[in-house]
Design a protein around this ligand. Sequence first.
Ligand code: BES
Ligand code: MN
Ligand code: ZN
Length: 498
Amino acid sequence: MTDKPTVAFAKFAAPKKGSVIVLAPEGGKFGEAARACDPADILPKVFAAADFSGKLAASVEALAPQGTDFDRLAAVGAGKTDALDEQAWLKIGGAASAAARNATEVTVVAEVAGAEASARDVALIALGIVLRSYTFDKYKTRKEENGTPKPADKAVKFTIQCADPAAAKKAFAEASAVGDGVLLARDLVNEPPNVLGPVEFAARAKELEELDVKVDILTEKEMKKLGMRALLGVAQGSVRPPRMAVMRWNGGKAKQKPVAFIGKGVVFDTGGISIKPAAGMEDMKGDMAGAATVVGLMHALAARKAKVNAVGIIGLVENMPDGNAQRPGDIVTSMSGQTIEIINTDAEGRLVLADLLWYCNEEFKPQFMVNLATLTGAILVALGNSHAGLFSNDDALAERLTAAGTVTGEKVWRMPMGKEYDKLIDTKNADMKNTGGRHAGSITAAQFLKRFVDSTPWAHLDVAGTAMASPSSEINQSWASGYGVRLLDRLVADHYER
Ligand code: BES
Ligand code: MN
Ligand code: ZN
């Protein structure tokens, strides 16, 4: 991986050299600090020639600009100055990182004429830079791109000039803790499945202990003892044994009930005996994205010392076809005591989550539970890749998640639940079956989970469309998006910290 860029903050002052990036609002004028970087007034000419109007995250550049010792003077569009929200600042940072290209020393002049950038806004620019700079190239031994050699991996040094560098630095300490959580989640999802099995994934979760997170790893034997036969049924076709990780961050008051996050961690999903078609199956290395987000979130909360008690629980299994694999027709008894008839071994995520949700509720009596899972292909059909599906038994929790999604840009869309859908997973042979037929596939999956939740406020995020195979964006160029870390960190920050 290309080294993470370093970001420092400084007061406005015309830089001496390197690459300089200024911000240009749509149709507006430059501020004083930006103009000082362009003594020969080159940028306005470049704007005209390049048809640049300052649209959000657009950019243009002038090389070796007259009257300066810069390698490059670039402008990044800031869009409409009355619409500069969290996402806009992140995108400006992302575009600045892209505009810096192969430079090693970059100054960003965080001045938007007509809109003062607060310390928090400047920190968001920095976070945008960090998120955009991420690449997953550790397995590329030939460092070439488009035929041209890439420069040696070297951390780019960004300096962001702003009104109050000390305050920006402080704000960035928090933002960058969250950013590190996002990058950790992306790393885990991008990692190939031969490298990251259940045991290796659990070891990565264990590393959170460096941040004073308590991490317990449960083995197959311990899960058997707990009666987690739904989860274990999925794992039994793999030669790689399952693991469960329980992560606890205690930053809140001693008696405060924890908030809980649960993640599906299927390190590879072949479908099992109900095997998937070959085309695109490699994407199923990302079927642990829910678990990766939970690990990334726990990292974020601990790194920024969030004043909350939080539990993260992930179930790590591999779904393989094998002589010992689970069959369609099998009936398993979950930890809750409820029995499940397996109709399709490819509907495995809900089996893993069923035991995790039940365990979490029994063990921790949390304020709420939010689970994340790449659960159904059907959610891609319904929502594509711009919203995660939200299913919940609690309107207040659903509204808070929706609001956090709007602010962070990690959007959710609430889907219906109800008796009619619940009926679809009834079966003559057991308490329920693990699939509900072709129609409403994402909803029947959610109804299944709900049977393991009881009355605790709960939300299920189906992230099959948002966590992986992500379209390139201003703040992410990698296959894995790290979706959900910023969303849930915001949920906690806005409502659950003392
Ligand atoms: N992991 C898949 C869902 C998935 C599909 C995630 C595409 C990401 C991209 C899940 O385990 C699965 O196979 N679901 C089945 C359920 C069906 C058998 C009821 C599906 O969606 O087809
Ligand atoms: Mn599956
Ligand atoms: Zn799956």
